[in-house]
Design a binder for this molecule. Structure first.
Ligand SMILES: [Zn+2]
Length: 143
């Protein structure tokens, strides 16, 4: 399968036109920051609660779990990272282990109806779709 086809497959599985599910907005950054105990999602280094920049790198960045460059919106698809980890991840797809950690985080910050709704529409975080097709045609995890 060509890279472009994989990207379209990912895009088509995600309801980017739905701003929220069950009338539940994406948790705000403070809710996620609190659930992450003020640490980077990936390296667990403490981050400050303001947007990081080159001048103030000790802040946080909003990280898309599935990259925005592939058409993924932020709903149920963001974590907070330090500037270094955000730049390292860039456009990479999440691993299975990473997705498991995202699910654990979202169990803390999303109400249950929102999680149920994400599962029902096969939101990629809960459907575990990371790209590439296995022999049985099922999308499989990136590593
Ligand atoms: Zn980090």
């Amino acid at each position: 399968m060509q890279k472009k086809e994989v990207e379209m497959e990912l895009f088509n599985t995600y309801p980017t036109k739905i701003p929220n599910l069950c009338g539940v907005n994406n948790p705000d950054d403070m809710a996620i920051y609190t659930a992450q105990e003020g640490r980077c999602f990936e390296c667990h280094k403490p981050v400050q609660f303001f947007s990081a920049s080159d001048e103030r790198p000790e802040g946080y960045t909003v990280e898309h779990v599935f990259p925005s460059s592939l058409g993924f919106g932020l709903y149920g698809n963001k974590v907070l990272s330090c500037l270094t980890c955000n730049r390292r991840k860039a456009q990479k797809l999440p691993s299975k282990q990473y997705l498991g950690a995202v699910q654990d985080l979202y169990r803390k910050v999303f109400p249950k109806p929102a999680i149920d709704a994400m599962r029902s529409v096969r939101h990629p975080v809960w459907a575990g779709r990371c790209g590439g097709r296995g022999a049985n045609g099922a999308l499989r995890m990136a590593h």
